[in-house]
Design a protein around this ligand. Structure first.
Ligand code: NAP
Length: 345
């Protein structure tokens, strides 16, 4: 068993669960963050943290900063990457930290004689830029459509994952690379920050969605995504990419479920534009949205989404938390962290 594991971007929504699960399993964790340790009580107060958690400062863009950090680690779980849909400068704000950061981390791992496996957090965004009716996506697919204007976050994830595979191919380092490609990650947060994917739910419940749209989301629980990373690190035979997502849900079904769960007194969208006519209206309205959101809407509205998640189930033995259970656990957590008003209070 690997005993010292580095997790980059440990402050993040997914990574903080990863740190928790690693500590729970008895690992020593070197967790990289960007600020002082005092800013991360949700990490330093985790069970086992007093003896087995080391917080180290590292910015993805500081060349060589990971050399000394990973030098004595057995495995590195590289999750740090900006996850922001709307940015001013997609090259500087998304692509540079995603790609240069990944190569920076991998170069340091290649210099270490102890790192045997790197698990990279990629995304479904590296598999496809958009849903496609009738197509079943799998690990064999690659996003070839995104660019700096069209779904730039997707572009950054695609380029980062490609550069990681290219690095391994050309440098033949002493570690092997395994990649996790999650879809929309939701669930309870260990940290007070609001993640972009959980924000969809706080926005939906606070009136920021004008209408129910023909959108379909692949939903996966943050605890399962963290578990997939740990299993990808521990399973000797794990290899390649793992598409990590449970069920798809249409926006209209999510809204119906939230109403049924007693959140009807929030500002959930009521008008349905989930129709060919509605898609036309929403496509026009998408141009009034910030660039990243507008581009997402135009590429996703009205398209069906299917994927094959059997590889992660068969090879890593993941049994997914249901999408409805994840939603049921997410909303009280948004209220707990005050991202949503408590209307029952
Ligand atoms: P998150 O909470 O926003 O975490 C992003 C992490 O990256 C934070 O720890 C952040 O540090 C760090 N980071 C960003 N820029 C950095 C830089 N220049 N130097 C060092 N650290 C930097 O988002 P998340 O959802 O947990 O995302 C984690 C990973 O999962 C990302 O690679 C993301 O693309 C991927 N992913 C997320 C989803 C999803 O639905 N949430 C789906 C698929 C893939 P600070 O706290 O200091 O900003």
């Amino acid at each position: 068993m690997n005993d010292k594991v580095c997790v980059t971007g440990a402050s993040g929504f997914i990574a903080s669960h990863l740190v928790k699960q690693l500590l729970d399993k008895g690992y020593h964790v070197k967790a990289t963050v960007r600020s002082d340790a005092s800013k991360y009580p949700y990490l330093t107060s985790l069970a086992g943290a007093d003896k087995r958690l080391e917080l180290v400062k590292a910015n993805l863009l500081d060349n060589g900063v990971f050399d000394s950090i990973v030098a004595d680690c057995d495995a590195v779980l590289h999750t740090a990457s900006p996850y922001i849909v709307n940015v001013k400068d997609p090259q500087k704000d998304l692509v540079d930290p995603a790609v240069k950061g990944t190569l920076n981390v991998l170069s340091s791992c290649a210099k270490s004689s102890s790192v045997k496996r790197v698990v990279l957090t990629s995304s479904m965004a590296a598999i496809t830029d958009e849903p496609q009716d009738g197509k079943i996506f799998s690990e064999a697919d690659w996003n070839t459509k995104s660019d700096l204007k069209r779904n730039p976050y997707y572009y950054s994830k695609t380029l980062a994952e490609r550069s990681a595979w290219d690095f391994v191919e050309s440098s033949k380092p002493g570690f092997d690379l395994v990649v996790i490609n999650p879809f929309m990650v939701i669930g309870p947060s260990l940290s007070p920050g609001l993640n972009e994917s959980n924000k969809i739910f706080s926005d939906m419940l606070s009136g920021k969605y004008p209408a129910i749209m023909a959108l379909i989301w692949g939903i996966v629980d943050v605890r399962d995504v963290a578990k997939a990373h740990v299993l990808a690190m521990e399973t000797a035979g794990a290899s390649g990419r793992y598409l990590v997502s449970n069920e798809t849900m249409k926006m209209q079904d999510v809204v119906a479920y939230l109403n049924q769960q007693g959140y009807g007194n929030y500002k959930l969208p009521k008008v349905s534009l989930a129709s060919p006519f509605g898609n036309k209206i929403m496509r026009l309205l998408s141009y009034t949205q910030p660039k990243g959101s507008g581009s997402y809407l135009r590429s996703h509205l009205g398209k069906g989404m299917s994927y094959d998640n059997s590889k992660v189930k068969n090879e890593l033995g993941i049994e997914f938390i249901s999408a409805k259970q994840s939603i049921s656990d997410t909303i009280p957590d948004l209220i707990k962290w005050k991202h949503l008003k408590d209307k029952a209070a």
